[in-house]
Design a protein. Sequence first.
Length: 432
Amino acid sequence: MTHYLCEYAWLPSGVARDVLIAIEDGRITRAEQAGWVDDHIRHLPGLTLPGLANAHSHAFHRVLRGRTPGKGSFWTWRDQMYAAAAKLNPESYHRLARAVFAEMALAGVTCVGEFHYLHHAPDGVRYADPNAMGEALLAAAGEAGVRITLLDTLYLQATVDGDPLAGTQLRFGDGTFDNWYERFGDLKAPAHGRIGAALHSVRAVPADAFGEFAEATSGLPVHAHVSEQVAENYACLQAHGCTPTELLDRHGVLGGHFTAVHATHLTPRDIDLLRGSYACFCPTTERDLGDGIGPARALADAGAWLTLGSDSHAVIDLIEETRAVELHERLVRQERGQFEPAELLRAATAEGHLSLGWPDAGTLAAGQRADLVTVALDTVRTAGIDPAGVLMAASAADVRHVVVDGDVVVADGRHTRIDVARELSEAICALF
């Protein structure tokens, strides 16, 4: 059994001082104020949070950080993303993803939802192992010390009008729903993983396949890009006479297992339909791409659960993503204080894990997975703050200690297994 004495810890009841956390077999057996101090117990100075869940990631997008021009649109950025995707194979993707997931661990991420659609060889032909790319991601997460939910993605067409895949997009598609489902069925989850599914978007899957997809993935975590772009909404209205959310609802895709990623340009009806589902906001990517600001407060008030992701990895900092939800709402509503700190923390922890199929993670409580993230309170960003205000002050650079399923992955701000900066540099520069 391992014991930690946390200077401060964010328990389900709020921030408390001198909290004893006991861990056995990867589970928390005790998390409560100690009332005493023992020098033989490992001390964690700072504020210890539950593990953070990055609910939306495209690992290969990390290569674009600092390499894309400032002008243009989502669509011009997408062309650059496709060019990066064309260069990867299972071996190089494993090296890249291992470094990206390790960067997440340094930022306090203990579980990632990898929205995976880079399936096949550059010409669209299957590898000898049809799931070689997905298996590379699963292995990379394990080596980086984080759990993963691999959201294997159905991607069959280029536009909502049914234009065929071409160029780099050929790597994404399986040709038919049955081909995708056969390959999907062969995926096996390792101990540190879950297998979920994704419907890429209403433009990438014909509507007549939605029902089959919903039936085949019943009970699994299911994600989809939803209304990220105004143009996406317009195309769906022209083709189907409804919004993307309405189309997904019409075919039975929505529900308590479903996560709408981005959910940026929603109608009041869309917001109501997402009641009881999850909405994943990726504010740093949505800023970077000029997507817009989604209705986070309205969704939460309607009964949707909020989660967070770093998406394109323009920034990997779940604290910043969390803070941005609040600050974006302030800009839209021109009023401060839109979310309580506990609401924001749940979005970054418990709700994120639930949307990825890990109901036993995301809180510091007995019986939960032993995921701890300790944030320093003595840096230039956090010195002198009220610990309960950490989400409005700290950054990923302030994460000092990370435990995943009881194993120490980050100690004193350094990854225990990987030279992250070196591996990122080598993996990315090898592609250019």
